[in-house]
Design a binder for this molecule. Structure first.
Ligand code: SDX
Length: 451
C-alpha cells in the first residue's frame, strides 16, 4: 500500500537575514536563517526571534506568514497558478477525476490503474454511516442550515471512532482519512434529505463519487434515479477545483486543531465551521443572494458603487482573493464549465447568469476593482453552476466542504508526519491595562458602560 509522503528532512538555511533594531533597547542586531522551498517566496526562520531579541512578529491575518512547510499545493497569486502535487489545476480538471485527485493529494503521486481501483474500492466501502447517526438529525429543526448540521454530525463521528485512533499509526490515520472522504457526501445528502422531509438514501457501490452524491441527494425510494452524466462530470470537476488550496482559513483551522492531537473528525468539524463564513467558503451561497438582491442588470451600477463605499459594509461576493491578485485559475475552468452546464440544461438565458456576466464585465473594467486586483474567484461561478444543477443554494458551502475534506485530511496527515510539528500557539501584541488592584464592590463609583 502506498505510504503517505513524509516531509523531507530539515530544510537548511540558504542565506541569512539580519534584524537590526536601534533606539530604546540599546540596539539589537540578530541573524536568522533564510529558507528556500521548491518554488515561491523564501522565508525567514524566526522561531528563535523572541529568545534572541525579546520581540514577537505582528501579522494579523497572516498576510506574510508561513505557518508550516507543505508539499501538497502550490499557489502563485500573481501568475494565477494552482498546482496539486505539481500538477496544474486545469490539467487535472480536464483529464482527472475527484477520486484520483484525492489519491494524489494524500499520497503525492498519481495512482497506477491498480492503485486507483483499490483506492476507489476502499473509499466506497466506507460510504455508509453508522445507523445511529441518523438519530442525530432528529434534534435539528427541519429548516436548520445544512452547514450547522454538518458541523454537528461530522463532529459526532468522533463519538463513534474516538477510541480507535492512534495518531502515530499511519494505517489508522489513513482509515480515518478514508472514512472522512467517504462519509462526507453521505452526511451532506442526509442533511439535505432531512431538510426536505424525504427519507435518507443509502449510497450505492456501483456509482462513482459524484454520481453517488447526486443519487443520495435526488433519488427517492419510489422510482429509479438516472444520473445525468453532464451534471455528474461538472460536479466531479467542482470537487476537483475545491479539493485543496494551501493554507486557507479552514485548512489552517484543521491544522491548528490537529496540532493539539485532537480527533480528526473533530478537526474536520472545526474546518467545516470555519469554511461556513461568507468571506471564505460561504461566498458561493452569498454570490447567489447578492445576484438575487441586484435583481436586474440596470441595478448593477448601484451595487458597484456600494462595494466601493468604505462606509458601506457591502462587498461584491465572489470577487477578490487574499492570494490571487489576477485571475483565480479555478474561476477560469469553472467559467467554461458554467456555460457547458447551462447549455446542456437549456438555461443559458438564466437571468441571474446574465446579471453575473454583466457584473463580471463591469467590475473588470472599473478602476476601483482593477487597482485592487479584485477579480472573480472560484465562488463567483460555482454558485451559478450548482444552482443550474438544481442544487439548493444553502447546500453550496456543504458541497465545498465535501470537496475540501480531501485537502483537509491530506494537510492533517502531513502536519502529523512533520517532525518539526508542535502545538500551534500564536502570541499577541498586548494593548490592554497594565497591572491594577482589585476594587471592592462598595467602593466602585457608578461607571459608564465600558466601550
Ligand atoms: C475563498 O484563502 C483561500 O484560498 C480561500 C479560498 C479557498 O479555496 O480556500 O480561495 C476560497 O474563500 C475565496 C474567497 C471568497 N470570498 C468572497 O468572495 C467574499 C468577497 N471577497 C472579500 O471578502 C475579500 O476579497 C477576501 C476576504 C476574499 C480577501 O480579502 P483580503 O485579501 O483580506 O483583502 P482586503 O479585505 O484587505 O481588501 C483589499 C481591498 C480593500 O479596500 P481598501 O481598504 O484597500 O480600500 O479591496 C477591497 C477592500 O475593501 N475589497 C473589496 C472586495 N474584496 C476586497 N471591495 C469590494 N468587494 C470585494 N469583494
Amino acid at each position: 500500500m502506498a505510504k503517505f509522503i513524509t516531509p523531507k528532512n530539515k530544510i537548511t538555511a540558504s542565506a541569512t537575514a539580519t534584524l537590526v533594531v536601534d533606539g530604546t533597547d540599546g540596539g539589537i542586531s540578530e541573524e536568522f536563517g533564510v529558507l528556500e522551498g521548491t518554488m515561491g517566496p523564501k522565508v525567514v526562520e524566526i522561531g528563535k526571534l523572541y529568545a534572541k531579541t525579546g520581540y514577537f512578529t505582528y501579522d494579523p491575518g497572516f498576510m506574510a506568514t508561513a505557518s508550516c512547510r507543505s508539499q501538497i499545493t502550490y499557489i502563485d497569486g500573481e501568475k494565477g497558478v494552482l498546482l496539486y502535487r505539481g500538477y496544474p489545476i486545469d490539467e487535472l480538471a480536464e483529464h482527472s477525476d475527484f477520486a484520483e485527485v484525492c489519491y494524489l493529494l494524500l499520497y503525492g503521486e498519481l495512482p497506477s490503474p491498480k492503485q486507483k481501483r483499490k483506492f476507489e474500492h476502499d473509499v466506497t466501502m466506507h460510504t455508509m454511516v453508522n445507523e445511529q447517526l441518523t438519530f442525530f438529525f432528529r434534534g435539528f429543526r427541519r429548516d436548520a442550515h445544512p452547514m450547522a448540521m454538518m458541523v454537528g454530525v461530522v463532529g459526532a463521528l468522533s463519538a463513534f471512532y474516538h477510541d480507535t485512533l492512534d495518531l502515530d499509526d499511519p494505517y489508522q490515520r489513513m482509515v480515518a482519512s478514508f472514512r472522512l472522504i467517504a462519509k462526507m457526501p453521505t452526511i451532506a445528502a442526509m442533511a439535505y434529505k432531512f431538510s426536505i422531509g424525504q427519507p435518507f438514501i443509502y449510497p450505492r457501490n456501483d456509482l462513482n463519487y459524484a454520481e453517488n452524491f447526486l443519487h443520495m441527494l435526488f433519488a427517492v425510494p419510489c422510482e429509479e434515479y438516472r444520473v445525468n452524466p453532464v451534471i455528474s462530470r461538472a460536479l466531479d470537476r467542482i470537487f476537483i477545483l475545491h479539493a485543496d488550496h494551501e493554507q486557507n482559513a479552514s485548512t489552517s483551522t484543521v491544522r491548528l486543531a490537529g496540532s493539539s492531537g485532537a480527533n480528526p473528525y473533530a478537526c474536520i468539524a472545526a474546518g467545516i465551521a470555519c469554511l461556513w463564513g461568507p468571506a471564505h467558503g460561504g461566498a458561493n451561497e452569498a454570490v447567489l443572494a447578492m445576484l438575487a438582491e441586484i435583481g436586474t442588470v440596470d441595478r448593477i451600477p448601484e451595487f458597484i458603487d456600494r462595494a466601493k463605499d468604505r462606509k458601506d459594509p457591502f462587498r461584491l461576493m465572489g470577487f477578490g482573493h487574499r492570494v490571487y491578485k489576477n485571475y483565480d485559475p479555478r474561476a477560469q475552468v469553472l467559467r467554461q464549465t458554467c456555460h457547458e452546464v447551462l447549455e446542456e440544461l437549456g438555461v443559458s438565458n438564466e437571468p441571474l447568469l446574465k446579471i453575473a456576466m454583466t457584473l463580471e464585465r463591469i467590475a473588470l473594467e472599473d478602476a476601483y476593482f482593477v487597482k485592487r486586483k479584485l477579480y472573480p474567484n472560484v465562488d463567483f461561478y460555482s454558485g451559478i453552476i450548482l444552482r443550474a444543477m438544481g442544487i439548493p443554494t444553502h447546500l453550496f458551502t456543504v458541497i465545498f466542504s465535501v470537496a475540501r475534506t480531501a485537502g483537509w485530511v491530506a494537510q492533517w496527515n502531513e502536519m502529523i508526519e512533520d517532525p518539526s510539528q508542535k502545538i500551534g500557539r500564536p502570541r499577541q501584541l498586548y494593548t490592554g491595562y497594565g497591572p491594577r488592584s482589585y476594587v471592592p464592590l462598595d467602593q466602585r463609583r457608578k461607571r459608564k458602560a465600558a466601550g
